[in-house]
Design a protein around this ligand. Sequence first.
Ligand code: ZN
Ligand code: ZN
Length: 408
Amino acid sequence: MKHKKMLMVVCDGVSDRPVKQFDGLTPLQAARKPAMDAVARNGLSGTMDVIAPGVVPGSDTAHLALFGYDPYKVYTGRGSIEAAGAGIDLRKGDIAFRCNFATTDDGVNIIDRRAGRIRSGTSELAEAISGMKLEDVEVIFKEGSEHRAVLVFRGPGLDHRVSEVDPHIEGELLHSKAGSPEAEKTARLLNEFVRRSHEILSNHEVNLERQNAGLPPANIVLPRGAGSALAIESLSDRFGLRCAGIAGVTLVKGICRLLGMEVIEVPGATGGVDTDYLAKANAATGAIDEHDLVFLNVKAADVAGHDGDFRLKVQVVESIDMMLGSILKDLHEEVVVALLADHSTPVSVKDHSADPVPVSISGADSRVDAVRKYDEISAASGALGRIRGVDLLPIILGMANRSSEYGA
Ligand code: ZN
Ligand code: ZN
């Protein structure tokens, strides 16, 4: 039995609902997408509750499920995944936070949670903060894209069960409180960290220049989403797979790193609608020779969904289709191809929803059902039925002749 290679293409948030103003179609139904439809036509389709029916997935918990990990068992918060994505190797006992550079007028009142979506100077600002000592705890701080950053506390006696300091809207800074006695030190240090970040950043040269230019200074750090280091068995230990991951956004790269994938950096892969689709296609076809499973995430459809922009989402679908077409054309061996979304981001909702997502899986000798098109409605009549996210990888492994026999 020959093992087949596997390609998993996740169109982030592409799944949607019918929109009245556009003939009651979903963006997937409205788009011209011959490559996606070919995957549906040559294989099996179905719909998928990525976490569970009625649960709205985050991109992080969704991707854990898509690789066969029960998010309710392994997920401790987004911070640790962002930290892995930023290339910080978390150790046991570390606590990680996602952060924003923000603007405050007095150290308490937040007037811009994103510091005017600051684009330059954040690495200098991060350097000024990183290495700070809080009692016996070391602070590791790294800038991300735009106003985003990652904070890690490393030291004894830390716990992630602390309440937020980020008010999540412009307004007064919150005071972090411990959610359990073990977390008291972490809450205390978190409050201290925010205060010190304001002290250090207020007079930083980057901010003085911003103020001179009439821009809001990035003069405080707002951490949120505390998470402890995840103890996750890698995909290679669990399934014996050599995996490669291609993604534009830090969060998804973080999941890839946590699961032990080789993360392939693609210049021009931005995580936005302006991403370089063909560069991602080339990276995927290049990676398939050396790996058993190549995972490719395209974030742009989620962005269009959050913007509530139907036409943009249709355009994104057609760009992803061009990317997929280019990959399929260049594959020179039998590959099981899975096409799916990690959650729905309907343009009418402008956020993630609990609607199940369409999934199509094809391979050279795979069974073929009657579904001809890749979209939410067509897929629902397919032979895969309605599955859960944690079942996806086992199904793909089975179609790739990589499952082991149970019993004799
Ligand atoms: Zn997502
Ligand atoms: Zn989203």
